[in-house]
Ligand binder design. Sequence first.
Ligand code: NAD
Length: 330
Amino acid sequence: MTVGIALVGLGDIALGAHLPALLRNPEVEVAALVDPDAGRRALAAGRTSAPAFAEVAEVLDDPRVRGVVLATPPWVTTELIGRVAATGRFVLAEKPVATSLKAAKPLAELPADQRERVQVGLTYRHDPALELLRDWLAAGRLGESLLVRAHIYDERRDPGDPAHAERIEETLRHGLPVIHEGAHVFDWFSFLFGGPPDEVADGWALATRPGLAAPNLCGARLVYPHRTVVLAEFGWLTDALPRCELSFLGDRAHVLLDGHTFRMELTTVDGVEQVAFEPDRTTRCFDRQLARFVELVTGARAAPAPDLADGLAALELAERVAALAGGGAR
Ligand SMILES: NC(=O)c1ccc[n+]([C@@H]2O[C@H](COP(=O)([O-])OP(=O)(O)OC[C@H]3O[C@@H](n4cnc5c(N)ncnc54)[C@H](O)[C@@H]3O)[C@@H](O)[C@H]2O)c1
């Protein structure tokens, strides 16, 4: 018996990662595709024989659809989560689940039986590299108090791809880069350090050129338990970007985590250890995320992980940083 899943929103992440994962999973049948943009529907049509619709309403009375993957922009996702969960279906919703905590209010008020059917697409916490790093931290392999530097740089402005720059500039209208990227990164820290920071000590934001809807660079200093200090930076839309990487420095070791591949380099007095998992990060994380969602739909898993509370916690922290940095979500 396969599980019927509809893919709603056929943009970059849907066609680049969700649809391939759905097609790879032998337990899944892609039951429907939804996007108001006919061009996106046409792009998806060549990849599967599933019927494509312009409106999510058109799949919500199809009994074959037991789960829905929402790969929509965050200003659309919020309302869709409630609408789909209210029909008794399971939802895997892309992060962030809203553009602000205020916009997320309906989600915080969802009835418990609906919340229990919502898994949030904080995809990379499923990565075995993060699980291994968490084990190292818990075992004290690095030391107790750490200095963590998170340099989260993405979405380079490519002069050859003005449509991409335009789309990211539009996203900037809905909040600083930390609102969009922070959802993942603060979830990694919550996963690694076992909960939220004790304090967001300060924040900053900077626009590298006039005319942007919000600053394209921002950052913050956060203090986690055991006096671990995190210096986090987020940046988009410059012609060149620094490396995207995270570094964890403790009394006994240093770990460098590549922000795109999650390859790790652990340096101790005993030498340097390289750790890399197969296949590539996108494939392994989207596959593991989907496997857990299928377990939720079939009842093999009792509760979603990560759940709506995790998604809202990451959003709350990202918003606190954005407010402190002086360029909150509009
Ligand atoms: N988990 C990850 O690693 C990851 C990576 C990239 C993006 N994302 C998140 O995924 C979401 C989508 O990102 P993207 O880069 O694919 O964006 P995108 O703009 O390329 O795609 C969004 C798609 O949703 C469609 N859409 C809009 N309103 C809709 C509606 N009411 N019903 C159905 N479809 C609708 C749009 O037409 C578009 O095709 C964002 O929230 C983003 O933050 C997650």
